[in-house]
Design a protein around this ligand. Structure first.
Ligand code: AMP
Ligand code: ZN
Length: 495
């Protein structure tokens, strides 16, 4: 097994409201479940914010050498229009609107989700289970809850009995919602006649006659509730006690509260060690949200085809903009913030490139005011402290001044320090933050550009300046700039 870099990681545990030392349940392994999207619409930047921050966490554990099992589900049934077991199934409704099969909707928007996340350089999870693939498991869960007296059936639907649950446990322990206060709000009391108590929540819903997605069950034809799928799939793939459960802060109540009650009720033990909640991305000061259509789609940000931003922004810049903020901070997107992220991104990347192009170390005349080892330790400490990416980024910047000094020959590092500096910069920028050089191009394009460079260099050696200038100018038109150094020509791509 890969050697683990032992660190003292502290994570803000959303259930206790405190930063706690993270000790994995199984040595060398991390199990993490994150609620995935409901695939009925194009994914917006708010969703991406959450998945980018969990990608950072995933990447850091992997970088430290942990074997991470990252489970992120796809909700393809059961998510109703409002959180209180009312309204149409979001996917079923969209299927009617778009005149498609529900599974066509699921396929269409799952592809959009994957393609978008790929552009952001978000690593795929280890397992991506779907709710429809786990109907049998969900039915089994409900049977256990009924048997334990924690759920009851009414007219083909099954509800979780919070009063019964509260005899031994405490519903609301995660979100600190006082449920008795909540039920007084009229929204909660509406249309709840079927439930014994308005605070109970659905586990299984009877399918109305025109409902497209339904499955047979001991209680008749119906479909599982949204909360149940995550309880079932997290435990199925990570075990009865696992390290981390995550999602956006908007899922804390009721989704995660209900999930927790279901698992606790079934297994009668602590099942989730750490709860991690990412804060929201806002647009115009309001939560970016599909339901209010207060959204910016990633592809419109990349193409510049939107009325909110003045220019297009590359996915790497947007990712960098997100990671310049801590996962627990609200991020408000703005043109200025993206412009600033773009400027700092290029600055960091260009400085790193310079470092990458320095191949010397001066062992005889070491003149160093830069304690590379302590700086590396600081970078780790930033990430160990509840995945503080803004702090990490500022430490990377702080070290770029030494790149300039190295270039000027003012700072001279011994070979070990020099390599440590280069590798640490490289690892934190690319492996942990998951940034990429913007001129990332496919191999064929790279080969073609190099072929043109070769033809141009031949033209130059034959003093055919017209051809050589033409190649340079035509490439420039395409955003590809050639740089002639001593014996070698390199290129830069501006997107
Ligand atoms: P949904 O498909 O609406 O269930 O959302 C998928 C994930 O995106 C969930 O973890 C949500 O908490 C998260 N999410 C939704 N809107 C935002 C937002 N504006 N900012 C950050 N995360 C969000
Ligand atoms: Zn979930």
């Amino acid at each position: 097994m890969k050697k683990i870099i032992k660190r003292n990681i502290k994570i803000y545990n959303s259930i206790t409201g405190k930063k706690e030392i993270f000790n994995p349940i199984i040595k060398g392994h991390v199990g993490m479940y994150v609620c995935g999207p409901t695939v009925y619409n194009k994914i917006h930047l708010g969703n991406c914010r959450t998945f980018i921050h969990f990608d950072l966490i995933f990447r850091y554990f992997k970088y430290l050498g942990y074997k991470v099992r990252y489970v992120r589900n796809i909700t393809d049934v059961g998510h109703l229009e409002n959180d209180n077991d009312e309204g149409e199934d979001k996917i079923g409704k969209k299927a009617k609107i778009e005149k498609l099969e529900p599974m066509e909707i699921v396929q269409k928007y799952t592809i959009d989700f994957h393609q978008t996340l790929y552009l952001f350089n978000i690593l795929p999870p280890s397992i991506e289970p779907t709710a429809t693939g786990h109907i049998i498991d969900q039915i089994e869960y409900i049977k256990i809850l009924i048997k334990k007296g924690l759920a009851y059936e009414v007219n083909g639907s099954v509800y979780f009995n919070i009063e019964a649950y509260n005899k031994n446990y405490e519903y609301g322990i995660l979100s600190k919602h006082k449920i008795d206060n909540l039920i007084e709000s009229s929204r909660f009391l509406k249309k709840q006649q079927e439930k014994r108590n308005p605070k109970d929540f659905a586990l299984w819903k009877k399918a109305p006659i025109n409902h497209i997605m339904h499955w047979p069950s001991p209680w008749g034809n119906g479909f599982p509730s949204w909360h149940l799928e995550c309880s079932t799939m997290s435990v199925k793939y990570l075990g009865k006690f696992f390290d981390i459960h995550g999602g956006g802060l908007d899922l804390k109540f009721p989704h995660h509260e209900c999930e927790l009650a279901q698992i606790q009720g079934i297994y009668n033990q602590k099942t989730i060690n750490f709860w991690i909640h990412t804060n929201m991305l806002t647009l115009n000061g309001y939560k970016m949200s599909k339901s209010t259509m207060n959204i910016l789609l990633p592809k419109d940000i990349f193409s510049g085809k939107n009325t909110f931003l003045e220019k297009p922004f590359h996915p790497n810049i947007v990712r960098f903009f997100i990671l310049k903020n801590h996962y627990r901070s609200i991020i408000n997107i703005s043109n200025d913030a993206l412009i600033d992220a773009e400027r700092t991104y290029y600055s960091l990347m260009n400085k790193f490139k310079k470092l990458d192009n320095i191949y010397y170390a001066d062992t005889d005349n070491v003149v160093s005011t830069f304690d590379v080892f302590s700086w590396k330790e600081e970078c780790h400490k930033a990430m160990d402290d509840d995945f503080n990416s803004p702090m990490l980024i500022s430490l990377l910047f702080k070290a770029t001044k030494y790149i300039e000094l190295l270039e000027k020959g003012v700072l001279k590092l011994g070979i070990d320090d020099f390599l440590l500096f280069k590798n640490t910069m490289h690892n934190f920028i690319f492996k942990v933050l998951g940034l990429e050089p913007i001129e990332k191009i496919d191999n064929v394009s790279k080969k073609l550009i190099n072929l043109l460079i070769k033809i141009r260099n031949n033209a130059r050696s034959e003093k055919n300046w017209i051809l050589s200038d033409n190649i340079r100018n035509e490439l420039k038109e395409l955003g590809i700039t050639l740089e002639d150094n001593k014996n070698i020509t390199t290129f830069k791509i501006k997107t």
